[in-house]
Design a protein around this ligand. Structure first.
Ligand code: NAD
Length: 392
């Protein structure tokens, strides 16, 4: 098998890295950034962490801050309008995965012919050309979007979370500074942390796994397994935040060079129809979907359980694999992950959407990467298991 391996051209990783943002731009020959962020980052003053080092270097950045959580095609189009009003040579995505994905999508849409729509670029199309490069600065740990060749944009007309993939979605550079995550609230710490754990686990068990992605996935699982509960309980615990930020980035590198699988395939429709944040819908699904696949890749799931810390190094594969799904359910419990019902979704609405959600999950292609490839009926049954609290 030939693996196509990608990563940003430059990654600056460590506490205080954002202070060197102007140097990063200078190295890349860039001077006119449009910073893409969300309204909270502006109102809370957090965007200054990005703007101040630029101003100190004489770079007057402009800001587009109308991004929304789980970004939409309409926001991306508005961002492109903003882009066209100035003369910019790069975009800086500053925030969680939503602003970073918005910046990526703006760069892709702006390159398309007049009248282009974001859905023109969704998979299986390849989005390899962008109008300008993206520098990603994550402030959650995290989606790993700073290191991936993906952006996820909601089609507001069709109610679908679209996966857009290609080199144009891969940031030119990533500035990964865990000190930006001290202010992340508990719920978001938990959801984004489980998102990155899901990336690493799915990359490792994927049918598209390869030796390079494996090293990143295994490292990420060890870091996240040992530190997620601490980061959740102690937001200002620097070693835990640092480990989570590195783990999230490595999980991003892992899945962009392997793939995600059934959890992500089933997660996007939940997000699109019920507005559940991405990491949270992953967390709701993770134990049941893992249990579903265990027998199809027992050795891999067993190794994952050891890396995360749910099983001892000496546990034989069957015992270690069996501990994985239980360990993930216990993690959800400790992180106060709500069931779909506790989140506020009504049973009749959930049931009514099951066939459509199953179709959309399959159409995304992600389930085909799972160790055990589900039928539509199995996906619908799994959604029911998740409704009942992952008990099966
Ligand atoms: P987010 O970007 O939507 O942010 C969630 C909330 O956290 C926002 O209110 C934001 O203002 C706040 N926040 C962010 N950083 C903060 C900080 N340092 N302090 C305080 N508050 C902060 O959430 P997310 O989970 O990071 O990103 C989710 C998005 O990423 C989804 O759209 C998902 O589909 C996408 N995603 C993309 C990829 C990819 O490879 N492109 C991978 C996974 C997820």
């Amino acid at each position: 098998m030939i693996a196509t391996l990608v990563s940003p051209r430059l990654m600056l990783v460590g506490g205080g890295a954002v202070l060197q943002l102007a140097d990063v731009l200078a190295k890349l020959g860039l001077r006119r950034p449009l910073v893409v962020t969300d309204p909270y980052m502006v109102s809370a003053g957090l965007v200054r962490r990005c703007l101040d080092p630029l101003e100190a270097a004489g770079i007057a950045a402009e800001v587009f801050s109308d991004t929304v959580p789980e970004p939409t095609d309409t926001v991306v189009a508005a961002g492109v309008e903003r882009l066209r009003q100035g003369t910019f040579d790069c975009l800086i995505g500053f925030g969680g995965g939503s602003p970073i994905d918005t910046a990526k999508a703006m760069a892709i849409l702006a390159h398309g012919p007049p009248g282009s729509h974001m859905r023109d670029f969704k998979v299986p199309a390849q989005a390899d050309s962008a109008a300008l490069p993206v520098i990603a600065i994550p402030t959650t740990a995290g989606t790993g979007s700073e290191a991936t060749r993906f952006t996820v944009i909601t089609d507001t007309e069709r109610g679908e979370k679209m996966l857009i993939a290609g080199l144009a979605a891969l940031p030119l550079a990533a500035v990964v500074d865990y000190e930006l995550t001290f202010t992340v609230p508990k719920r978001i710490t938990a959801d984004t942390g489980v998102d990155s754990l899901t990336h690493a686990l799915e990359a490792y068990v994927s049918r598209r796994a390869n030796p390079y992605a494996d090293t990143q996935a295994l490292a990420a699982m060890a870091l996240i397994g040992a530190n997620l509960r601490t980061a959740y309980a102690e937001p200002r615990n620097a070693p835990a935040r640092e480990a989570m930020m590195l783990g999230a980035m490595q999980a991003g590198i892992a899945f962009t060079n392997s793939s995600v699988a059934l959890v992500h395939g089933m997660s996007r429709p939940i997000g699109a129809h019920f507005h559940v944040p991405h990491g949270l819908s992953n967390a709701m699904l993770l134990p049941a979907i893992t249990r579903f696949g265990l027998d199809a890749a027992e050795a891999r799931y067993a190794q994952a359980a050891r890396q995360i810390g749910f099983a001892a190094p000496s546990d034989p594969d069957p015992a270690a694999a069996a501990r994985l799904a239980d360990g993930l359910a216990a993690l959800n419990h400790d992180l106060d992950v709500p069931t779909p019902a506790a989140f506020g979704i009504r049973k009749q609405d959930w049931d009514a959407k099951l066939p459509l959600m199953a179709d959309q999950a399959l159409a995304s292609g992600s389930p085909a990467n799972n160790p055990r490839i589900p039928t539509k009926a199995e996906i619908m049954a799994l959604y029911q298991v998740v409704w009942s609290g992952n008990a099966a």
